[in-house]
Design a binder for this molecule. Sequence first.
Ligand code: SF4
Length: 89
Amino acid sequence: MDKNGLITLWKDFAERSDYFKLNPEKDFVSLLAEGVLTNEKNKGFRNCPCRLSDGSYEKNVDLLCPCNFKSQANWAEKGRCWCGLFFRK
Ligand code: SF4
């Protein structure tokens, strides 16, 4: 999948939700998509672009993007995922 494909996937994911949306800053979203795709190339899975993993898929499945961000303290406190890719509506 290329960057535009990943961004389209994120848009579709957010459009199906009643309570979160994709960050409207296109350049920022593009940067995060590049980070995820670089992680996929280097590690073999779509690791969150702003959190470190130890390189093991099994131990870091919770870091796959999109993650279960609604369970994060950051979501409760700031209404956004850790990286700011998704925001509460
Ligand atoms: S914190 Fe945001 S950018 Fe990071 S994996 Fe979760 S949804 Fe993706």
